[in-house]
Design a protein around this ligand. Structure first.
Ligand SMILES: [Zn+2]
Length: 656
């Protein structure tokens, strides 16, 4: 899962505005500091809200709202980040109840009739205010301000409960204690570096006792020769979160359905999608049908190829060979090695982690006309680095970001970009973000280089934003657009003219030849049928539950059983599908929907991937705008035409 721009885009805060610091930094609270900052922040927000309520008419409501939101963000965003990265468990634990309090506060704000009336009365003076008014009114409506009092109270209860259940669900995944034991013989096929990294995970008998975390699980499924061992690990991983999460997820979707019912809407999908680019469930279903038609035969073909590979390796007849889900990564990797001569493990020498980061930053600097300058500042862990973002020509300070690249105990275990401060040009406020990943210290494989660039694409969306109002800052865009800038930036990990820049950041590294890059691209495209069929399945499952909540495992079994590889007995994937327990519900399709736009937005580069003229135009039309324009309008403006899904369908059918 490559995502998690967890925009705690609450709205909120105070009419009195302190001077903005020149180079704002992340506050580093201890546990007591978290509680103090949280309670103090809520107190101040409530006072500000009371003052806002007391005013009559629209007045300066947009400015007041901007300030309220910045105040709230200044409290909650750093606490949210610390809950994910602090090395101190007490700090992480202190953050959870605070997140709950702020969810509750946000609903209160958006159920506040006095504030609602003031926003309704406002006459926008420009397009940004007009968009802000529209967004706020939708926020009020979605929170139930216009509902009769009993229904409004029930909506509030549902929002509070949903946040509580989401936290419980995520906790069950994060703290799943499952360990899977493998004998040294079962480690056959695992790279030296992997064995070395897991030396500490060995028990007294020399067995490897592995957790369900990605850095242990993914390479094992890709490399371990023993099919029975892969099966054991697969089933354990697909039980992560456990039975309680199946029940939590069902309850979450039933509550969402009830919420939609309060508005007289037929389903949560209707409730949620009316605020997204797609507008309604029909558009999503039609899109998913098109994806399905494009990938059905490709998936079968991919599966047949891997089955043949398995029969060959095991020296058994094809008609006696069945390809299993825990075989897919393993045989795909074998084909990639034999057919394309691509060995992901060997690529780590080409992409040392620190040099990969420099490369990623060099691409962004070249494209967007900016400079990054490292500065020593206080950080939450010695591994963390900080950079100023400066204008490439004038050297003027624009914003800043942190890099927290390596795994450690208790840290968020995926890759994500966290907004710490959103921009507001109106308030002369500059943005600040953090990149949080779990990379191998020595080097990256090609997938990981793409992940690094993906998340850095989110960081750029945050820190190059020039939105006037804070609620529109950076990644505060529709959920089915937010993955477009990040998925687009992955492309610079694939193209020859950008990859050649690697020699500049690391003259001593082995360099990819044109032929290497072509093979890398061919290997990447290999297996698109299986990959997109799986993405389709996740999106379809999400839409099914969002349209008609039923026990999640039964729905999942039904859908997965209808695929060429079938359902694996004893697994419960819905117990760890965190996306749909949180704000990607009725939104998982958004990855593919965003990718349609991401791939289409590559066309203005006309193959010149480092053309700074197009890069700067992209920065101005898309990145800098955040959510202050309609997403479809921004894309149209950048393309100079209507968006097209041709590039996306060419990508999934391997013709791009
Ligand atoms: Zn993402």
């Amino acid at each position: 899962m490559r995502l998690a721009v967890l925009a705690f885009a609450a709205a909120a805060a105070l009419p009195v505005l302190a001077a903005e610091p020149q180079h704002p930094l992340m506050p580093l609270y201890d546990a007591a500091g978290i509680t103090r900052a949280c309670d103090g922040g809520i107190d101040r927000a409530r006072k500000a809200i009371a003052q806002m309520e007391a005013r009559k008419g629209a007045g300066t409501i947009f400015t007041e709202w901007n300030q309220l939101q910045m105040r709230i963000e200044d409290v909650i965003n750093p606490i949210y980040l610390l809950s994910n990265v602090s090395p101190d468990k007490a700090v992480r634990d202190a953050a959870e109840p605070c997140l709950q309090k702020f969810t509750s506060l946000q609903t209160e704000i958006f159920q506040d009739e006095k504030l609602f009336k003031r926003v309704q009365a406002a006459q926008p003076a420009n397009p940004h205010q007009q968009k802000l008014r529209k967004d706020l009114i939708e926020g009020f409506e979605d929170s139930g301000v216009a509902l009769p009092p009993d229904k409004r109270a029930r909506a509030k209860e549902i929002f509070d409960k949903l946040e509580e259940l989401r936290q419980a669900y995520d906790r069950n995944v994060r703290d799943d204690p499952t360990r899977v034991k493998f004998t040294p013989a079962e480690m056959e096929g695992m790279p030296e570096a992997y064995l070395k990294a897991h030396e500490k995970a060995r028990d007294a008998e020399g067995n490897y006792v592995l957790t369900l975390k990605y850095p242990s699980y993914v390479p094992f499924l890709t490399n371990a020769k023993n099919g029975e061992a892969r099966h054991r690990y697969y089933v354990a991983k697909l039980n992560e979160g456990g039975q309680p999460n199946l029940e939590l997820l069902y309850e979450i979707f039933k509550l969402r359905q009830e919420l939609a019912g309060l508005y007289g809407l037929p389903s949560f999908a209707d409730y949620s999608l009316r605020r997204k680019m797609v507008g309604n469930p029909e558009t999503v279903n039609k899109f998913l049908d098109n994806v399905k038609s494009a990938v059905t035969d490709l998936e079968k073909k991919d599966v047949e190829e891997l089955r043949a590979e398995k029969a060959k390796e095991l020296g058994q007849p094809l008609d006696k060979t069945r390809l299993e889900r825990w075989d897919v990564s393993y045989y795909q990797e074998k084909v990639r090695k034999s057919r394309f001569n691509i060995d992901q493990e060997k690529l780590r020498r080409y992409f040392p982690t620190d040099k990969s980061m420099e490369y990623t930053m060099l691409v962004a600097q070249t494209l967007y006309g900016v400079k990054f300058q490292e500065r020593k500042v206080p950080v939450w862990h010695p591994d963390v680095r900080y950079f100023d973002v400066l204008d490439g020509k004038t050297g003027k300070y624009i914003s800043g970001f942190y890099l927290d690249l390596f795994p450690r105990e208790g840290k968020y275990n995926h890759a994500a970009a966290f907004p710490i401060r959103g921009v507001s040009t109106l308030a002369h406020r500059t943005p600040l973000s953090a990149l949080v990943t779990n990379f191998n210290r020595e080097g990256l494989d090609h997938n990981e280089l793409e992940t690094m660039m993906h998340e850095f694409g989110h960081v750029m969306h945050g820190v190059l934003s020039q939105a006037e109002y804070n609620p529109h800052a950076g990644t505060s865009v529709k959920v089915d657009f937010v993955e477009a800038p990040s998925q687009m930036f992955e492309e610079w990990a694939r193209r020859e003219d950008s990859l050649k820049l690697f020699a500049q950041v690391c003259p001593g590294c082995p360099h990819l030849t044109s032929d290497d890059i072509a093979r890398l691209e061919a290997a990447r495209k290999y297996g698109q049928g299986i990959r997109y069929a799986r993405q389709w399945l996740y999106a379809k499952f999400d839409m099914e539950l969002s349209t008609n909540p039923r026990p999640p495992l039964a729905v999942w079994k039904g859908l997965e059983s209808a695929t060429p590889l079938g359902y694996v007995e004893g697994t419960m994937f819905p117990a760890s599908f965190s996306h749909i327990a949180s704000n990607y519900a009725a939104g998982y399709y958004g990855y593919m929907w965003s990718e349609v736009l991401a791939l289409d937005m590559l066309s203005p580069f006309k193959g010149h991937m480092l053309d700074p003229q197009v890069g700067v135009r992209y920065r101005e039309t898309i990145l800098s705008q955040g959510g202050q324009q309609e997403e479809a309008d921004m894309v149209r403006k950048f393309l100079g035409r209507e968006p097209s899904s041709d590039a996306f369908f060419a990508e999934i059918t391997g013709r791009r």
